[in-house]
Design a protein around this ligand. Structure first.
Ligand SMILES: Nc1ncnc2c1ncn2[C@@H]1O[C@H](COP(=O)(O)OP(=O)(O)OP(=O)(O)O)[C@@H](O)[C@H]1O
Ligand SMILES: [Mg+2]
Length: 138
């Protein structure tokens, strides 16, 4: 059973500075939860990549950060949600070096590798929801 704590933030993302502030606050939350410096970077980079995608491809959306618990383990959950065009080809979007934005195409596959859990729910025309989680090692 997953249980949301009172530690959590919701960010409206619609332009570049929103990406920076969400990334910075996430880093502080991850630090406060006791994640290592490397893990703080991974979690903050996840927010940066997902929020950048929102600005680039969906125009506007939301990032939600929450503290999660499972048994004795503590973790952080990052949810990115938008009502943009959606991702028609899931396999391509999660492949290295494939981009529709003339970019490196490493954002989503990188996030998937850095985080412990990665769920993507997207359909063309309805938007995109990505849920990622990172657990603190015991
Ligand atoms: N929120 C989104 N809405 C619609 N399409 C998206 C969204 N996020 C990603 N995509 C699509 O998935 C592709 C892969 O995303 P990814 O972040 O891996 O690469 P990128 O943004 O193109 O490049 P990079 O992140 O390396 O700068 C994008 O090129 C885009 O087509
Ligand atoms: Mg990207």
């Amino acid at each position: 059973m997953k249980q949301n704590d009172d530690v959590g933030r919701n960010f409206v993302i619609n332009k570049e500075p929103d990406v920076a502030s969400a990334t910075q606050v996430t880093r502080i939350i991850a630090k406060d939860l006791g994640f290592s410096t490397v893990m703080q970077m991974m979690i903050a980079t996840t927010v940066s990549e997902l929020a950048t995608n929102i600005v680039k491809y969906a125009d506007k959306g939301y990032i939600t950060i929450g503290c999660i618990r499972q048994m004795q383990q503590l973790g952080i959950e990052v949810i990115a949600e938008d009502r943009g065009p959606g991702i028609p080809d899931r396999v391509k979007a999660l492949s290295d070096n494939i981009s529709t934005g003339n970019s490196l195409g490493l954002g989503l596959p990188g996030v998937r590798r850095m985080m412990d859990e990665f769920l993507m729910d997207s359909s063309e025309g309805y938007g995109t929801k990505i849920v990622t989680r990172k657990w603190k090692p015991f």
